[in-house]
Design a protein around this ligand. Structure first.
Ligand SMILES: Cc1ncc(COP(=O)(O)O)c(C=O)c1O
Length: 405
């Protein structure tokens, strides 16, 4: 990698996992009526107040929105964060919240913001990303010519690597460390201690922590809500060097709304907003009004969680005997260890050809590590985004397939 040229991206992100999946099953007929569990787009009903709230604020489409967002949006997000994580007055809605046009654009632009803000005197900045992990983190790093370094969680139930085992010069050169919690695809979560430890390292080495928490509300009722990075910030009484990303795409089943937020370090957000202001990913004010309404309401979120719980229970009932650690504490994906059945891409292809269930090979979601290993190898990801009946049907078909493999 010599520059921010897309043609020089490493092969594993030159194409999205879904483009690679399309090539894998191209021209091959599904074995039954297709059930798409590949794309992680929530399909639950949208909240009932969407239409009336947009209608009440429709005049806002006639105005350019500001990059900093409306007071109403920022106040609703700050109140929600404070309730959810017990933050008291840590979050000042005037400068610690920024609306995002979905969290993806924010995650993509964050590394650029970190380089400009930190002005770290290093020749090649480092951006650390989880592996497997959401591609926007790495692509944002490559686009600024950073050295993108993938890390693998040290523990199968966790999300953090063994930071002490990394080459110390990497943290010294780091401008950004991305952590997904709940992690996609594994559904594992960071503890409050994990966050506190990472924030201490951010202070020692001078990098930004970008916490992607977009699955924070999609947890199993039995496991309870995952800790947030902001709780660790509250414990040390400072938001410095931390930005949390979240959105309504998963929480409220509103991926088409394109509304999320960044919350955290006011100095970073102020600097970043100046850059963003020239780029233009503003959020329309009627969308912000609806988002504020959604953050005030928990009933529709609890209903979403209940429905995912039903679907995970159905997966456990049909596949639980064949797969260990089937149901993750959070997220909406099954991350199935199919290594006993062979190559994950071939297993995915067979799932399609024999059962019509569309999944993503784990190796397409992971990146090669320096030693050539890929932590996604041997897994397939199934996003339980379809309704309960379709999910149960898919689980039954897969139980038959694996039972007779
Ligand atoms: C881990 C993770 N982060 C971020 C996003 C971006 O979501 P959005 O841009 O809809 O907020 C997604 C979407 O699938 C995701 O899985």
């Amino acid at each position: 990698m010599t520059g921010p040229y897309r043609s020089e991206f490493p092969a594993h992100i030159a194409d999205s996992p879904f483009q690679r999946l399309a090539r894998l099953i191209e021209g091959q007929a599904p074995g039954a009526q297709p059930i798409d569990l590949a794309v992680g787009g929530p399909r639950h009903a949208i909240p009932e107040f969407v239409e009336s709230t947009i209608a009440a604020h429709v005049g806002g489409f006639g105005l350019y929105p500001t990059i900093r967002g409306t007071e109403g949006f920022r106040a609703a997000v700050a109140a929600w964060l404070s309730r959810r994580y017990g933050l008291e007055d840590l979050i000042d809605p005037t400068d610690a919240i920024l609306p995002l046009n979905g969290s993806r654009e924010g995650l993509f632009l964050a590394s650029q913001g970190a380089v400009s803000y930190l002005k770290k005197p290093v020749e090649t900045p480092v951006v650390l990303v989880p592996n497997p992990g959401y591609p926007a983190y790495s692509v944002g790093g490559y686009m600024i010519g950073a050295e993108v370094v993938a890390y693998v969680p040290a523990d199968i139930d966790g999300v953090m690597p063994d930071w002490d085992a990394l080459d110390p010069s990497l943290l010294e050169r780091a401008v950004a460390v991305f952590v997904g919690s709940p992690a996609n695809p594994q559904g594992t979560c960071a503890s409050r201690e994990d966050w506190a430890d990472l924030l201490a390292r951010a202070e020692a080495h001078g990098f930004m922590v970008f916490a992607d928490e977009c699955y924070s509300e999609i947890y199993r009722e039995q496991a309870g809500p995952p800790a947030g990075a902001l709780e660790a910030a509250a414990a040390r009484g400072s938001l410095e060097r931390l930005v949390v990303f979240n959105s309504l795409s998963k929480r409220s089943s509103l991926p088409g709304l394109r509304c999320g937020f960044a919350a955290g370090d006011p100095a970073f957000l102020t600097d970043w907003a100046r850059l963003r202001n020239m780029v233009g990913p503003q959020v329309p004010t009627p969308v912000q009004a609806l988002a504020a309404e959604a953050y005030r309401d928990e009933a529709h979120v609890a209903e979403n969680r209940r429905r995912y719980d039903v679907k995970f229970a159905s997966a456990e009932a049909t596949l639980g005997d064949s797969f260990e650690r089937l149901v993750p504490p959070a997220g909406f994906c099954l991350w199935l260890d199919v290594s006993a059945f062979g190559d994950d891409a071939e297993v995915t292809r067979r799932m399609w050809v024999d059962t019509g269930v569309r999944a993503v090979p784990g190796s397409y979601l992971g990146a090669p590590m320096p030693d050539g290993s890929n932590p996604g190898v041997g897994y397939v990801r199934l996003a339980l985004v379809q309704d309960e009946a379709a999910t149960e049907e898919a689980m039954n078909r897969l139980a038959n397939l694996f039972g007779s493999w």
